[in-house]
Design a protein around this ligand. Structure first.
Ligand code: PLP
Length: 393
């Protein structure tokens, strides 16, 4: 009999969302009438804009004709889409050859981990989006350093105490804390990576939510970042593509291994081996998002979720809680001093019939916090606010 992959066996069983579900089901058994509101999982709720839907319909119809049929496309993505991504999000700080279109940020992170293999050391923010750790464990990495991110350090790691690592994962705007990195933080990060010959994996899946005028929208705004950073982007939360699946990765030409070999060349080799290109339909939708009209529509969509976040943040602050995030991010990171995250989760479930995500599920530094997601229909957000106002945690 085949032995179980010992790296997979090392993964903690998918604990967070199954446990949330279990508690939800138990609650519903005793309270079958309860109308639960989910502010837990970060999934979009609003319909895709009409410009984008028209593009899906147009390309789908073409695919049904002899002249319009397309089979496999380039693994790296349609050239026009690569150019539009480079122009729109990076103002040509990177070029289209450095953009690799994908089926989403999560899948990209997994393939990227294959690129670097199991011998590297990695540093990961605590709390963090779970894929960074679990994907590293699957690759056989055992040198994993957790970088504590709390309100004491502005949810950005103290790089002065970080020993040299090969890869540093940074997510900004951050899931779950909602913190968006400042120019000075990213300058320190790039300086660390240059000094230590490390590579930064910069997860910018929520970059579209950065509204502050003095915040970097991409790590490539920092001088020299192209020599040390890979950036990951996504249409999921920008355009409601969580189910459609479209993202991209920037692997700059200037990024090299210690022997001077191009990381981009290796990435091209890995990506074209493990991936056959994003869906043509999704890519045509992406092209429509990046047209003038499409960009205006997605801006409205992002503003809608940010308004949800603002309503929730105001309410929770008026109730006396310390609330982080929710300004340049769709997540609110709420502190409940003296309580543990699961206790608060349970109280919110029982007293307000609201599902949240316990902060401790994102790492030990998340203990005492609960994440509220601003993804929701407006009527649900307003109802959640009404209920919150009536309770005390
Ligand atoms: N990165 C972060 C920080 C996320 O929170 C998510 C999804 O929630 C992803 C990546 C995955 O995005 P995608 O839908 O593009 O795979």
């Amino acid at each position: 009999m085949i032995k179980r992959n010992k790296q997979v066996a090392k993964l903690k069983s998918g604990y967070l969302f199954p446990e949330i579900n279990k508690r939800k089901q138990n609650f519903l058994i005793n309270n079958p009438e309860a109308k639960l509101i989910s502010l837990g999982i970060g999934d979009t709720t609003q319909p895709i804009s009409s410009t984008v839907v028209d593009a899906f319909v147009g390309i789908s119809k073409n695919l049904g004709t002899p002249e319009g049929y397309i089979g496999y496309g380039p693994e790296q993505g349609i050239e026009l889409l690569r150019q539009k991504i480079a122009n729109t999000f990076y103002k040509n700080l990177v070029n289209s050859e450095e953009i690799f279109v994908s089926d989403g940020a999560k899948c990209d992170i997994g393939r990227l981990q294959v690129l670097f293999g199991g011998e590297v050391s990695v540093a990961i923010q605590d709390p963090a989006y779970p894929v960074y750790i679990d994907g590293s464990i699957i690759q056989g990495i055992d040198k994993i350093h957790m970088m504590s991110c709390s309100f004491e350090n502005g949810f950005f790691p103290d790089l002065n105490v970080l020993d040299r690592v090969d890869l540093i994962y940074i997510c900004s705007p951050n899931n779950p804390t909602g913190a968006a990195c400042t120019y000075s933080q990213l300058e320190k990060l790039v300086a660390y990576a240059k000094k230590n010959h490390s590579i930064i994996i910069f997860d910018a899946a929520y970059a579209g939510y950065i509204k502050g005028p003095n915040l970097p929208k991409t790590i490539y705004e920092i001088k020299g970042a192209e020599e040390v950073a890979i950036e990951i982007g996504s249409f999921s939360k920008l355009a409601g593509f969580t189910g459609i699946r479209l993202g991209w990765m920037v692997v700059p030409e200037a990024l090299k291994y210690e022997n001077g070999f191009s990381v981009k060349e290796d990435w091209n080799r890995i990506a074209t081996t493990l991936f056959n290109g994003a869906s043509i339909i999704a890519q045509y939708g992406g092209l429509a998002v990046l047209e003038e009209k499409g960009l205006k529509e997605v801006e409205k969509l992002v503003d809608f979720y940010l308004e949800n976040a603002r309503f929730l943040k105001t309410t929770l602050e008026q109730m006396g809680y310390e609330v982080f995030g929710g300004i340049n991010a769709p997540y609110l990171w709420v502190h409940f001093p003296g309580k543990n995250s699961w206790e608060v989760f349970q109280e919110l479930l029982e007293k307000a019939h609201i599902i949240t995500t316990p902060g401790s599920g994102f790492g030990p530094a998340g203990e005492g916090f609960v994440r509220f997601s601003a993804y929701g229909k407006r009527e649900d957000i307003l109802l959640a606010i009404e209920r919150l106002k009536k309770i005390k945690i």
